[in-house]
Structures are given as C-alpha cells and as structure tokens.
Design a protein around this ligand. Sequence first.
Ligand SMILES: [Zn+2]
Length: 298
Amino acid sequence: MKIKVLLIALFIGCFGYSQNEEITSQLYETYEKYKEKSLDKRRIKHHQLQPLLAQLESNSKFTVQVVGQSIEGRNLSLVSIGQGETDIFLWSQMHGNEPTATQAIFDILNFFASDDFKEEKQALLNNLTIHFLPMLNPDGAERFQRRNVLGVDINRDALRLQSPESQTLKRVRDSLDADFGFNLHDQSTYYNAERTEKPATISYLAPAYNYEKEINEKRGNAMKVIVFMNNIIQRYAPGQVGRYNDDFEPRAFGDNIQKWGTSTILIESGGFTNDIEKQEIRKLNYVSILSAIYTIAK
Ligand SMILES: [Zn+2]
C-alpha cells in the first residue's frame, strides 16, 4: 500500500478524554489477565482459532455464526455480544500476513467473557452490540501472505467482489449496517512517524468516501474516535502515531464502508522497538480499541 505517514497532531483534541482515562489505565494494567496465551506468536493460523470460537459458542453471552467460507473452505465466523442499539463491527486480517489485531480481538473477547469490570461492561453492552469477524483471509494466513489463494488483494475487491471472502465482508456489513466499523491491518515495521526517527507504532485513518475528501457526519464521527484513540496511544508510545494518506481509493473496503454509511476507522499496527513478535502493539490495540468502544457507548 502506498502510504504517507503524517503526524496526527492536526486532530489533537480532548474528546471525552479525562473521563475515560481511568478505565484506560486499568485496561493497560490488567492486560496480562486477558491476553489469549495460545496466540503468542505472530504467525497464527485458522485452526488455532477454532477451539477459542468453540469455547465462545458454549458461552451464553456470545453468539457465534459461520457467515461464509474462504476459497479453501475455511469457515469465516462472526462473534457477537451485547443488546444495545448501536452496532460496532470489527474485522481483521483481510491481508493474511497482518495478524496483530486478530490476536487483540481474542484478548478483547476474553475480557468480555470474564466476570471482571461487571458494571462497566453491563453499561457498555446495554448500549452496544459488538460484532467481530477475525481473520477474514484464513488461506492467506496459512501461507503468511497478503493476498488470498487466488492472488486477489481483498482490499481492492470491494466493488468487483470476486472472492468469497470479499463477498462475506460485504454481506455482513450490509446485514449489520453498523454505526461504527474498525478495519484492522498491519503495516511495515519500518515506517516512521513523519519527520521523526520514531517508528509509526499505530497509524489511524478515517478513510475518505469521495475524491473531494469531504467530511460528512459519518466520517466526522470516525475522526472523533481517532482523536480519542490517539490520545490514549500517545501515553504509551509518545510521538509514534501516524496518519495514513487519505486519498480516496474507490476499490478499497474501508473507503466504501465509509461511503455505505458506517463510520469507519482504519488501524494499522506498525513497529515498536524490540517488539519483533508485535506483542506490545497487540496490547496497544487491545487497550485503544476497548477504550474506543467504551467511549462510543457513552
Ligand atoms: Zn492490510
């Protein structure tokens, strides 16, 4: 992907920051308790997710549905939790070699499966229904490659819908018509935050929905969530947040999902010093996504 990382400083604000500061610190400090230990290496595969999904399926808090299959017949599963009117949809690893957020999703699911933070979670799940579609490209994950097994870049297939994985993403998006969407990727660990020596640990983008890069209410809401997440990450990885180029890409899913009416946030996990397995970035994904969910609920 052609990218240009810029400082997000442009967007710095104080969107609901202080009130959520405490919950964020608590999430950061208690993380190890919820980290899914069976996914401790970067290269994860579809078969590793199946016992975790089976466990969620046996838990009455969650609904697990098979919503599609990859070309090689691997199930694509959607996990949902909550009873609220606001829908949040998160999907990860449409590029098979970008597994960081898939791991973070299972950490987040462990958090929801636990009995801790009862009050906070109850308030959250009264307002929200949260849907997770982890590892959208399991055949690519099997080979640790970007594209699917037909050589299609799923993120350039939002309009042609040539691949079953793309068709599944589109169908689930349309059926949920979610208020917020999180499009979760990894980027090279070698990109730097613009004009600095520091790695871009996390990059954010509220993708454009037209060539004019206009900002409507939906895109504006995505930007507000990004401002909030940026404030969190700056605490743990100061100066290491990047912003993607927001040129409209008519074939990309993020841009189209924004256009179809879901406030969409792209998160790219990059590099962090001495973090080859990207486990620290995984933790930052966990903390910032959960905090963002919390602030959307409020
Ligand atoms: Zn990607």
